[in-house]
Design a protein around this ligand. Structure first.
Ligand SMILES: C[S@@+](CC[C@H](N)C(=O)[O-])C[C@H]1O[C@@H](n2cnc3c(N)ncnc32)[C@H](O)[C@@H]1O
Length: 312
């Protein structure tokens, strides 16, 4: 299946690019290349001296970058963005990066390709790994994890209040036949959930929870944010687009933590400079959400949020 079969529309494109404050000769990192929607636009704004380093943990994203491969300003690396510092170190560009973009979560091509197992609306193997060369599939995990672990994942990462009931149903099902497909998991959830939300498929939350767990998404985000700030030069920008409240909370808290100076007891004789010495970033404005026009064109972007920070 070619990666170009499934389309992807870049989210908050103009807003994230203006957040990055692209300098034509600058060095930028697109830490979540996907199908290169944001990368293509960054390249348009770079001069022949500029440089774009792209990362993605999904091999289909890497394949789709072939169209940029002849551009000497561009390179792509098949790694998780938690390794951003290793990539930049190897390129000997530490603290020389002008901007890092992280457009996290799954891409439309990942959701739309039934063989990836991300969607409860398309029947396929229950895989859900962004990087199929490592880790274990969602089915393998669900078929061996214990009740407490499954309940914790559904409740914590899926915010599913019926997590325990669903976990019980998984344990009962796998004695009869191990789970293999997205449709089997979706049907099991549908039967286990006693109260249905009018506007949401009952499997929405559980699929999100298992996906976040299988891909270690919140740990990735924490490590990726930390690494991104470390590779930036002073004045460099970090732009993070997230798709649900759990991720946005991590990004928001991270920026807030790094934009606060030392907690100093009141009344101590200390200069403003000493207070500021510990701040690593400043938040650039508030969270930005897609316009009504963008949502009308691409309903999947409706929950996206962009946050921008500048390294001091
Ligand atoms: C929402 S899409 C990005 C779309 C992209 N901005 C575009 O316009 O085409 C997210 C991409 O990030 C990748 N990704 C998610 N988590 C990652 C991680 N921890 N490290 C590297 N890539 C990751 C996914 O594989 C996916 O291709």
């Amino acid at each position: 299946m070619t990666s170009e079969k499934f389309a992807h529309r870049p989210v908050l494109l103009q807003e994230s690019l203006s957040g990055l404050n692209i300098k034509p000769d600058g060095i930028y990192i697109d830490a979540t290349f996907g199908r290169g929607g944001h990368s293509a636009e960054i390249l348009k704004q770079l001069s022949s001296k500029g440089r774009l380093i792209a990362l993605d943990r999904d091999d289909t994203a890497i394949e789709s970058a072939q169209r940029f491969i002849d551009d000497p300003r561009f390179s792509i690396h098949h790694v998780a963005f938690s390794n951003i510092e290793d990539v930049v170190n190897e390129l000997e560009l530490m603290c020389n990066i002008d901007g890092v973009l992280m457009d996290i979560g799954v891409s439309s091509p990942q959701l739309d390709d039934a063989s990836r197992g991300f969607s409860f609306q398309k029947d396929g193997p229950l895989d859900m790994r962004m990087d199929r060369s490592s880790g274990i599939s969602a089915a393998d995990w669900l078929n061996k994890a214990d009740l407490e672990e499954i309940t914790m994942v559904l409740k914590t990462f899926g915010e599913e209040k019926f997590g325990k009931r669903i976990a019980h149903a998984v344990l009962e099902q796998r004695v009869i036949k191990p789970l293999e497909t997205t449709a089997e998991f979706a049907q099991l959830i549908d039967k286990a959930v006693p109260v249905k939300d009018k506007f949401k498929h009952p499997a929405t939350r559980s699929f999100q929870g298992v996906r976040i767990f299988i891909n270690g998404e919140l740990d990735q985000l924490n490590q990726g944010l930390e690494g991104a700030v470390n590779v930036l030069k002073s004045g460099g920008r970090l732009a993070v687009i997230s798709f649900h409240s759990l991720e946005d909370r991590v990004a928001k808290r991270f920026i807030r933590k790094l934009s606060k100076g030392k907690e100093i007891p009141r009344g101590l004789p200390i200069t403003q400079q000493e207070i500021d010495a510990d701040k690593m970033v400043k938040a650039m404005g508030r969270a930005i959400k897609p316009s009504a026009e963008e949502i009308a064109l691409n309903v999947r972007c409706r929950s996206s949020v962009l946050r921008v920070a500048e390294k001091l």
